[in-house]
Design a protein around this ligand. Structure first.
Ligand SMILES: Cc1cc2nc3c(=O)[nH]c(=O)nc-3n(C[C@H](O)[C@H](O)[C@H](O)COP(=O)(O)OP(=O)(O)OC[C@H]3O[C@@H](n4cnc5c(N)ncnc54)[C@H](O)[C@@H]3O)c2cc1C
Length: 361
């Protein structure tokens, strides 16, 4: 039977393990941490599209929000209706996916670190026993996050650009509205975890702690931090190589992240679905994942490049344009996972938005 080794028990690796094990393949998942899902390095907000990938359970869906407020530097804002966005308990979510994969027959090896790969053999370190073992494998999948050791070892390393994401969980009575500040550093957010706790954070290229402190003071003045989390957010690169012979990359390991918001859970899972289909039905993975999420990831990247050149006046102008009834109506149907389905409609409704295309050139 085809033997598949998946490195990394995050959403991309676990979902892939579930889909493959369900089809009767021999799947082993190696995760270096002793507990799946920990430490949490994520805000855990996704669109309702998650429900099309996996059954949503109360166990890991801890809140739902249906309104976002996008701010301009002059403090004007627009309210955008969201289609029941989901707030995850990210650790429980990863663990749920692992349980599903295990029930389908996948085997998990926790506290096991991937070291290297050569000629269909992976070297795995059992951290607790301090032992190193060679394991023969037919397929190797790097679902091992932004710094992917699999990519390095298999010669799939490509120049990657990273942002640093940092957030604090803070006590704050709130009205269940997501706040988004696209002009603060790369972008900044306030996401309600519950009625009295928010996840407040930002993505930046440098000084993450200092920038977060500044944002906390600006937004809250006084605050009570419960805990803090941080991690790397890879910037999508359309030139990334995701397959070499029988080695593939998926999720953050392949930088499958929306460059405008840092969201990568759904994109990694959609690509995992494309990978499972490619392994089972002998399709070309690179072509399949590009077809499923490549175009939208590229649009996010282009939007990011344009937004990176905005002045304060540009942001104020953009929010003003979005505040018109006709554009608001279109924003209501905006699914940020798939901007390709919506951008042309928006530009046709508000042609003044084309003003910002000057930043492409
Ligand atoms: C601050 C922050 C906030 C974010 N907020 C959101 C959000 O709100 N919504 C959203 O969609 N996305 C968000 N993201 C991005 C999201 O967290 C990632 O896109 C997602 O976790 C990618 O999943 P993955 O399975 O590809 O990788 P990961 O979740 O990174 O999982 C990789 C796994 O591989 C393991 N691993 C690594 N190296 C090895 C090795 N050598 N051997 C064995 N195991 C190894 C790691 O321990 C880890 O468990 C955020 C990211 C950050 C940093």
């Amino acid at each position: 039977m085809t033997k598949i080794s998946i490195i990394g028990a995050g959403p991309a690796g676990n979902y892939l393990a579930y889909l493959l094990a369900k089809k009767g393949l021999d799947v082993n998942v190696f995760e270096e941490h002793k507990t799946v899902g920990l430490p949490v390095q994520c805000t855990g907000i996704t669109t309702s599209y998650l429900g099309q990938l996996i059954e949503l359970k109360k166990d890991f869906v801890i809140n739902k929000v249906n309104k976002a407020r996008i701010f301009a530097p002059d403090s004007n804002f627009i309210d955008v209706k969201l289609d029941d966005n989901i707030i995850l308990d990210r650790a429980r979510f990863d663990q749920y996916l692992m349980e599903k994969a295990e029930n389908a027959g996948a085997k998990f090896f926790l506290s096991h670190r991937f070291l290297c790969y050569k000629n269909n053999i992976i070297k795995i370190q059992n951290i607790k026993a301090n032992m190193i073992k060679d394991i023969k494998t037919d397929y190797l999948v790097g679902a091992d996050g932004p710094l992917s050791d699999v990519a390095k070892s298999a010669g799939l390393k490509c120049k990657k650009d990273f942002l640093i994401g940092i957030q604090a969980r803070v006590r704050l009575n709130n009205q269940s509205i997501v706040e988004f500040y696209p002009f603060i550093k790369e972008y900044a957010w306030v996401v309600p975890e519950s009625k009295d706790i928010v996840r407040i954070g930002l993505a930046t290229r440098k000084n993450p702690k200092k920038e977060l402190d500044k944002f906390l003071i600006k937004r809250l003045k006084k605050y009570d931090i419960i805990d803090m989390q941080a991690g790397l957010i890879p910037m999508y690169n359309p030139k990334i190589k995701t397959q070499k012979d029988n080695v593939c990359l998926v999720g953050d390991a392949a930088a499958m992240v929306k460059a405008t918001t840092g969201g990568g859970i759904i994109q990694g899972m959609i690509a995992a679905r494309a990978l499972a289909d490619s392994i089972i039905n002998k399709k070309k993975y690179h072509k399949e994942w590009k077809k499923a999420v490549g175009k939208d990831l590229l649009i996010h990247l282009k939007m990011r490049e344009i937004m990176g050149k905005f002045s304060t006046q540009d942001w104020n102008y953009l929010i003003k344009l979005f505040n018109k009834e006709n554009t608001k109506k279109i924003l209501k149907s905006y699914d940020r996972d798939f901007p390709s389905r919506f951008l042309v409609k928006l530009a046709l409704t508000e042609p003044r938005l084309l003003y910002f295309l000057k930043y492409i050139f």
